[in-house]
Write a protein that binds this ligand. Structure first.
Ligand SMILES: NC(=O)c1ccc[n+]([C@@H]2O[C@H](COP(=O)([O-])OP(=O)(O)OC[C@H]3O[C@@H](n4cnc5c(N)ncnc54)[C@H](O)[C@@H]3O)[C@@H](O)[C@H]2O)c1
Length: 335
């Protein structure tokens, strides 16, 4: 089934207010689908949702709510042809600080979504949004069939979501696909306070403020950086591709980029930027990159944005939107 066949279909996107959910929703609407959004809108200040992600809470198809609210998922999902479950406490550091919050959204919330999908014969497929964090540390090229080995509360919660999706929807004979995103970046990504994720946005905002770029442990960690436009497109291919039925698939570029390389790419746009080496924080994984063979075979698709283009796009967007830099970052710069 091609993406065009989503026209006229009703698709629930959970977490649709966030960076990735809002981009998936925009692509669905471009394809002529009816996207129903459910989101708690608690990951950013209200103006970020409104001004950066373009969230319109007056749209009747945007439901501000918690997926764990009893009955909500059942009411919404009965009228849906497809479900993309992207809601999560998506900040690795926040999950470590507040494991019970991670459990509320990533486990209890996911269970509510799965119960409703299992009970709704109208749903043709659910995509569960997982993460490369399920691989933990290990060999630099992550292959889907490798044993999972998460090293964080966040990664643990994604492993549980993957197994529970397979167990519940397999038993209910409902089609699903599990997508493991690698490191997502791209405009209008906004850095979260006390988070150590999202290096392109973090470096670009620091460079724009004239701050040095910190290379933890020298910046040798490897990340597979995937542009949010590509992530959204790959997710829709996983939703529709017949070959993705009940499969787990990486969504990455297949190319590893070191944190130092990211700093150099950002620094090239801000020539006075300094790079400084800082100690390696505990729990910062060495990382790796995606094996993309299965993605190419099952989805008949691959990402198109290179890291050089993506960084240039982010920097251009930040220059046009300097007020996107959060207030707490300005305060840190002044301190
Ligand atoms: N950004 C990345 O690099 C990355 C990498 C791998 C996987 N992912 C996954 O992709 C998905 C989207 O991530 P993102 O980067 O857009 O994060 P985000 O924080 O920008 O958006 C997530 C949204 O989910 C909402 N949410 C959280 N719990 C909820 C609940 N119980 N009910 C309703 N809404 C809830 C939040 O309010 C937020 O708006 C998440 O599942 C995340 O784990 C992201």
């Amino acid at each position: 089934m091609s993406l065009e066949q989503l026209a006229g279909k009703t698709v629930l996107v959970t977490g649709a207010g966030g960076l990735i959910g809002s981009r998936i929703t925009a692509q669905l609407r471009q394809l002529g689908a009816r996207a129903i959004s459910v989101c708690k809108l608690d990951a950013y200040p209200p103006e970020v949702y409104r001004e950066r992600f373009g969230i319109d809470t007056f749209n009747p198809d945007f439901i501000v709510g918690d997926i764990a609210e009893p009955g909500l998922m059942n009411r919404v999902i009965t009228e849906c042809d497809y479900v993309i479950h992207a809601a999560a406490l998506a900040d690795v550091a926040a999950c470590t600080r507040q494991p019970l919050d991670a459990i509320d959204s990533n486990i209890i919330g996911t269970q509510h979504v799965l119960d409703a999908v299992a009970a709704s014969p109208r749903v043709q497929r659910m995509v569960f949004v997982s993460s490369a964090s399920v691989y933990g540390n290990g060999c630099p090229r992550f292959v889907e069939d490798a044993a999972v080995s998460p090293v964080s509360v966040y990664g643990n919660s994604k492993v549980w979501g993957e197994y529970q999706t397979a167990a519940m929807l397999g038993k209910a004979d409902r089609s699903y696909a599990i997508v493991r995103y690698f490191s997502v970046y791209g405009e209008p990504q906004i850095v979260k306070e006390n988070s150590h994720s999202w290096v392109v946005a973090w470096f670009a905002m620091r460079a724009a403020l004239g701050l040095p770029l910190q290379l933890n442990g020298g910046g040798h960690q490897i990340r597979d950086l995937v542009h949010v436009d590509d992530i959204a497109a790959g997710t829709l291919h996983a939703l529709t591709s017949p070959r993705a039925h009940n499969k787990t698939v990486n969504i990455g570029t297949g190319t590893g980029t070191s944190i130092r390389q990211v700093a150099e790419l950002v620094g090239a746009h801000y020539p006075d930027t300094q790079l400084v080496e800082t100690p390696m924080p505990p729990g910062d994984p060495e990382g790796g990159y995606a094996s993309v063979e299965r993605m190419e075979e099952l989805l008949d698709w691959r990402p198109t944005t290179t890291i050089e283009e993506g960084v240039a796009r982010y920097v251009a967007w930040l220059r046009a939107n300097p007020s996107a830099i959060p207030e707490w970052m300005h305060r840190a710069a002044a301190a």
